[in-house]
Design a protein around this ligand. Structure first.
Ligand code: ZN
Length: 327
């Protein structure tokens, strides 16, 4: 019996200016910068990881910021929207916060049961905030200026633009996601349970043009495997339908990759070992971490990377709680 895939593990996208990317996701969206590392396949480029306070699976948005990347545009066979989950009562907070920063926010009519805000990040990547009655527990980032009650919980899900439904739906079914709704040309698939990132929407448009990958494009999405053993079993299962890579060591998780028939690159990443593998939770993201096999090249890598500054806008939440208790 295969252990269930409960939802997304992470979403990886391309950005341009590293500092602007860092500032937007920490200062504006209030995510925690959980890892400052490099692209293992291109170590002269950063790999940034944002998430909840610990970078828990289901909350992790990662970027390859290439300072001179040309902006992409979304098209068929791509992830066109990445959605975060917030409590139903937090939508107004987010609309005000984002518009107050000069961000153009669209509020769409109710989609299925939820209200949705859509806005671009600094590279034009389309982000959504979904007000969700069942938004889940929060492990609020300790340095964020967003009050914990309104903090982004993690992913709600993603939208894939596809020419057709059939083959992509079939592979989602293989992964255990089932169709739970249909609204116009939007089909919703969901994993059982209520874990973060358990919604995958397919937007079907047979006439959609192909996009161009670049800054603001999602590179791939990763689903969660409970551990290495579960991933191995899933690899055998997926290989019956699609070609799939060997297991790759991504330090903070182990990964296999396969491209779904509509064109989106999927990954299956293990929950362990996680981001506290090589630095304490209190100082996640503060220093450049690189895997042991690249340590010999550290000074060369550091010279190639654009310097960045991590702003920590507030004292740690623990400290505030302490003060609250004393009063
Ligand atoms: Zn990945």
């Amino acid at each position: 019996m295969l252990s269930a895939i409960t939802g997304l593990h992470h979403v990886t996208a391309i950005a341009s200016d590293p500092q602007r990317n860092l500032d937007f996701y920490t200062d504006v969206l209030g995510l925690r910068f959980v890892k400052r590392t490099v692209n293992f396949d291109d170590p002269g480029t950063y790999h940034f990881y944002f998430g909840d306070d610990a970078g828990s699976p289901g909350t992790i948005l990662t970027f390859f910021p290439w300072p001179h990347a040309v902006r992409g545009h979304a098209g068929a066979g791509e992830v066109t929207k990445t959605a975060f989950s917030v409590p139903a009562t937090s939508l107004e907070f987010w609309r005000e916060r984002l518009t107050g920063q000069g961000i153009l926010v669209e509020q769409t009519a109710k989609r299925f049961e939820e209200q949705v805000l859509t806005f671009p990040d600094p590279d034009g990547m389309k982000i959504e905030i979904v007000a969700h009655a069942d938004s889940g527990e929060i492990n609020a980032p300790r340095f964020a200026s967003v009050p914990p009650e309104h903090a982004i919980r993690g992913f709600f899900g993603v939208t894939l633009l596809e020419h057709g439904e059939k083959e992509t739906a079939a592979i989602l079914n293989v992964l255990g996601l089932k169709k739970t709704g249909e609204e116009g040309n939007r089909l919703r698939f969901a994993a059982d349970g209520h874990e973060l990132g358990n919604h995958i929407d397919l937007l079907i448009d047979p006439a959609a043009k192909y996009g161009r990958s670049g800054a603001g494009s999602v590179h791939h999405i990763a689903f969660r495997a409970k551990d290495d053993a579960a991933q191995k079993e899933w690899r055998t299962e997926i290989a019956k339908h699609l070609s799939v890579t060997p297991v790759l060591d991504r330090t903070y998780f182990h990964s296999i990759y396969f491209r779904e028939p509509g064109g989106v690159l999927f990954e299956l990443a293990t929950d362990p070992p996680g981001f506290t593998l090589d630095e304490p939770i209190g100082s996640l993201g503060e220093e450049l971490r690189i895997p042991p096999w690249l340590e010999a090249q550290r000074s060369l890598i550091e010279r190639k990377l654009v310097p960045i500054t991590l702003h920590k806008s507030l004292p740690p939440i623990e400290l505030q709680t302490e003060i609250g208790k004393t009063i």
